[in-house]
Design a protein around this ligand. Structure first.
Ligand SMILES: Nc1ncnc2c1ncn2[C@@H]1O[C@H](COP(=O)(O)OP(=O)(O)OP(=O)(O)O)[C@@H](O)[C@H]1O
Length: 601
């Protein structure tokens, strides 16, 4: 197998990109209340080690090749500080280093699809980056579905029992093959159970959805914790509202809740996503009496404004992908949701006298994202009571954060300008198992480069991102014309079409999903082994969410950005902002050629 360590031209043009920068709203001008809570803060950490065996088809800790904590910590994260980063950048990258990445020879034996059989565990380490040998006269082995092996263990040692989840809930989790919490779940579950308002930040694909759903379902619904006699709180109606920025993500969360509740109780979760029939949603609210609703901001606030959604008694409000929900587009709907969910109407005379204090929210507010700009920290402080920041290995009170964080390591620490927040919010948002590359080409050769990239990496489930909707069709057409099964997904498609496209792509009917920012957040397609940026994302936050569609839950994944020569400097900038190695490369004769990073410095 041959690998070329090439030279990259140094004459990188320093042309400024005309791409606009997406700036997340720095704050919402809402009147938010803050009442100190008496309960103390409990710093929590739950970790250890666990032995793992191959247990078959379902994805569980037991089915993963989990390493000891020590192993995990060793390879755990990308460098944190700039100094670390520079050190890593300067490490010699010999030809041997790259050859190490080569995949073993393919046997050609047909393997069952990963979609059918779950994830196989092999004793040997396999990289997702496959460097194919040059074309030979040998007949091609049949195309077989690659199984994505998990070798980055995100799991801490604690079991769900150790986290104090109720037995009924643990039974349901076990039935679904979920036996051990991920690290962010281990950190979040006790914090939320102790009724703290929280910001949950952890990298993409690390299990944030269950990190908030499990403690909520411990408190509400049929699986909840049994209360001591005389200590039971009588509640009725909707007890939790989860808000997500897209229908797809909303529906994905609904499926996750249904999975946990089980077939008999799944009607207790109701979707309120836009694009679906509103009167049917309203009827279902009346008929099924759900305890939890999950929806998009527009639809939730619409139904609430129509008086068909009673959320005053609600105990939990979750904003998933909170940094996106704080953007200007959602301002009015989010305002309504924040003002109404878990808030008693202020009609009594005492509330008139006390004003906003009488309307103090009893709800717990949980804000979730892989990327947490300072605007989110600020919002959490003003909406919550002694809120804490929960990350995979730490829990800290938000009040102790005096400078923008997790963006402390770079830039002027005294500045918390929105731009800085957006850029630095993406630090620590990427799974460590990802490999990042970029290559340059002329605009009209991008699709061809995309095709060559997919072949060279032998990727089987690919998501290609563009910035606009219009060119998606053209890319699909060109790929199909070259015999590569591709399909487009964007917001202009109807709800039914969107879910059909996703279903077909997940089922392996198409190799490439060509899409736009719509699919960048939250979408969980565990089989995705390659993400391609056909247009560069507008900033490092957008890069992080797109990239996070691969490498889910510790699986290997590769991200390749295809750009014009004049845009290469943007990739180097993102590399610095994200603190990960994004290596220059090219695809020729069915193989990837990785260039030395020093060549472009
Ligand atoms: N404890 C667990 N054991 C096994 N699988 C899990 C566990 N927790 C979550 N998962 C699975 O891991 C995948 C990723 O989880 P999830 O979508 O919640 O990640 P995320 O951190 O919210 O990602 P993103 O930031 O992209 O939204 C899902 O397929 C989920 O079902």
């Amino acid at each position: 197998m041959r690998l070329i360590i090439g030279q990259v031209h140094r004459n990188v043009l320093a042309l400024a990109s005309s791409r606009s920068c997406f700036v997340i709203g720095d704050h919402l001008p809402f009147r938010m209340l803050s009442m100190p809570r008496a309960s103390g803060f409990h710093q929590t950490a739950w970790r250890g080690s666990q032995t793992v065996k191959d247990s078959g088809s379902t994805l569980t800790l037991a089915s993963l090749e989990v390493q000891s904590k020590a192993d995990y910590v060793k390879k755990e994260r990308v460098p944190q500080s700039k100094a670390d980063y520079v050190k890593k950048e300067r490490e010699p990258q010999s030809k041997a280093d790259y050859v190490k990445k080569e995949r073993g020879p393919r046997t050609g034996e047909p393997k069952p699809s990963s979609r059918d059989s779950g994830f196989s565990v092999k004793p040997k380490k396999v990289s997702s980056l496959s460097l194919k040998p040059a074309k030979s006269a040998l007949p091609k082995p049949p195309v077989v579905k690659k199984k994505l092996k998990i070798d980055e263990a995100l799991f801490s040692a604690s079991s769900f029992e150790e986290l104090g989840l109720p037995p009924l809930l643990i039974d349901r989790l076990n039935k679904e093959g979920l036996t051990s919490p991920t690290e962010v779940q281990s950190a979040s579950i006790p914090v939320i159970s102790q009724r703290h308002d929280a910001v949950i930040q952890s990298y993409t694909g690390s299990g944030k959805t269950l990190a908030y759903l499990l403690p909520i379902l411990s408190e509400i619904g049929p699986l909840k914790r049994a209360r001591e006699q005389g200590n039971s709180e009588k509640r009725s109606g909707i007890e939790a509202v989860v808000v997500a920025p897209s229908r797809e993500l909303g529906m994905q969360i609904v499926r996750e809740v249904e999975k946990i509740l089980g077939p008999d109780d799944k009607r207790l979760v109701q979707q309120l996503v836009g694009g679906a029939n509103r009167s049917r949603q309203e009827e279902a609210l009346k008929k099924n009496k759900p305890i939890i609703v999950v929806g998009t901001p527009g639809r939730i606030s619409e139904i609430s404004a129509a008086g068909k959604l009673q959320t005053h008694n609600c105990r939990f409000l979750v904003l998933d992908e909170v940094d996106q929900l704080l953007s200007f587009n959602y301002r009015e709907d989010m305002h309504r949701i924040l003002e109404h969910v878990g808030r008693k109407p202020s009609t009594s005379s005492s509330s008139h006298i006390l004003g906003p204090l009488a309307r103090r929210s009893e709800r717990q507010t949980i804000l979730v994202s892989a990327t947490v700009p300072f605007s989110v920290i600020r919002a959490a402080r003003s909406w919550g009571h002694d809120p804490v920041l929960v990350r995979a290995k730490s829990v800290v009170p938000l009040d102790s954060i005096t400078v923008p964080r997790p963006m402390l390591s770079q830039g002027d620490p005294n500045s918390d300008s929105p731009t800085m927040s957006v850029n630095q919010a993406a630090v620590d948002s990427l799974p460590p198992s990802l490999e990042h590359y970029y290559c340059t080409t002329k605009a009209h050769h991008k699709v061809d480069t995309l095709r060559r990239c997919i072949h060279a990496l032998e990727a089987e489930t690919v998501i290609a991102f563009m910035n606009n909707t219009k060119p998606l069709k053209d890319v699909v057409f060109k790929l199909e014309a070259r015999g590569m099964k591709a399909i487009e997904l964007h917001g202009d498609l109807g709800k039914l079409a969107r879910s059909t496209v996703l279903k077909k792509f997940k089922a392996g009917e198409f190799r490439v999903l060509v899409t736009n920012e719509l699919s960048a957040r939250g979408l969980d397609i565990p089989e995705c082994d390659l993400v391609i940026n056909l247009d560069l994302p507008t900033d490092s936050t957008h890069y992080a969410h797109r990239a996070g569609r691969t490498g889910r839950l510790g699986r290997k994944g590769t991200v390749v950005s295809i750009c014009e020569e004049s845009e290469a400097f943007i990739m180097r900038k993102m590399r610095k902002q994200l603190g990960v190695a994004i290596k220059p490369c090219e695809f020729t004769e069915g193989q990837i050629t990785v260039h030395k990073e020093e060549d472009v410095e």
